[in-house]
Design a protein around this ligand. Structure first.
Ligand code: ZN
Ligand code: ZN
Length: 81
């Protein structure tokens, strides 16, 4: 049966060495350090400019060219059909 540590008894806390935060799992602490202290961050860098971000999703948003608005699109299509 899965043991759930509801009361955090016997938990080995991983203390962040940079602030007072602590986590139960090394993975969580790593995420915390990356988010809060920018430590061990795997930066996703834009190949075209100085932009960098921690999240792949943000980089995708940055690199994906914005689609022309719907009205523009319609204007372009006019006369084609
Ligand atoms: Zn911290
Ligand atoms: Zn860029």
């Amino acid at each position: 049966m899965l043991k759930i540590n509801v009361h955090d008894i016997g938990v080995e806390w991983k203390q962040c060495s940079h602030c007072h935060c602590k986590a139960k799992e090394n993975g969580h602490l790593a995420t915390h350090k990356a988010n809060v202290h920018n430590i061990g961050v795997q930066w996703k860098e834009c190949a075209h400019c100085e932009y960098k971000t921690k999240e792949t999703g943000s980089l995708n948003k940055h690199t994906t060219p914005r689609r022309p608005s719907e009205s523009e699109q319609r204007g372009k299509d006019r006369g084609v059909t």
